[in-house]
Design a protein around this ligand. Sequence first.
Ligand SMILES: Cc1ncc(C[n+]2csc(CCOP(=O)(O)OP(=O)(O)O)c2C)c(N)n1
Length: 319
Amino acid sequence: MKLDEAKLVWMYRKMVEVRTFDEKVRDLYMRGLVPGTTHLYIGQEAVAVGVCANLRRDDYVFSTHRSHAHTIAKEVPLKEIAAEILGKATGCCKGKGGSMHLSRVDLGFVYSSAIVGGGVPLAVGAGLSIRLKKGDQVVASFFGDGASNTGGFHEGLNLASLWKLPVIFVCENNLYAISVSTKKSTSVENIADRAVAYGMPGLIVDGNDVLAVYEATRNAVDRARKGEGPTLLECKTYRWLGHFAGDPGDAYRTKEEVEAWKEKCPIKKLKTKLVEEGILSEEEISRIDEEVKREVEEAAEYAINSPYPSPEELVKDVF
Ligand SMILES: Cc1ncc(C[n+]2csc(CCOP(=O)(O)OP(=O)(O)O)c2C)c(N)n1
């Protein structure tokens, strides 16, 4: 596959943004600055970035409780995401949503929610709205392996296939739903196998290889835009940290397992390729890393220094 260099550099930068941002969120959480809980994406960066690299601004994304990365990859400004996570009035939902309820509809980032699997039927609804309005946008619906065992997932895939809706179902299989291994919860070896039951293509993708995710998504997006219907992509990946920011994540996984996955770091993989192919030098890589660090720091400071919403805001925008 030949990809233009600007796209490759965009993918590298976005993956670094996702990781650096979530490292900062962890720091803010540990300092008691994040109200409620928050779920980090570290280790899974290639999925959000590889999928969203194929999307236009007017395409839709539906996310989950592990949502920061999808928002970043859909180009929502870091300052607005950070402020929302801290519950501040300058956040993308005026501080009323928090980490698990991010939204910026004008950028195509529609939904994230704590309801596991809840985004799938809504993504299908968005696909239906595109069809009824005769648009050519597509919808990316992200969810975890745990979510693929909920009823809404099965109903959603069935209808999307029946009506040939432009939805790309992206299962981020990080092997656990909180502490429950897919081996103990899931009747099939591969979640992609479930696509057969709904008459759509089901692909297993190396979720730590951003180029593999990019290519698989590109084909799914092409199909969807041409009116050929949905695709199920199962991206096999791993979250390095616990289920939520304060969870050490060591009660149900071995150190060896975590270390083995860290060896497959998606950022390192792309970095090696970019340097080997002479697309970026080590110095240019370091410059990007430093710029991102600065932007993330600025976003965090902006969020910390922003005001909380006023009490009068409490019942506005509530339906
Ligand atoms: C409908 C529903 N059931 C249960 C929960 C509790 N819960 C929160 S996260 C989670 C696990 C989700 O696992 P998965 O879908 O694999 O996503 P991951 O956390 O691995 O990204 C569960 C069961 C919930 N939030 N919503």
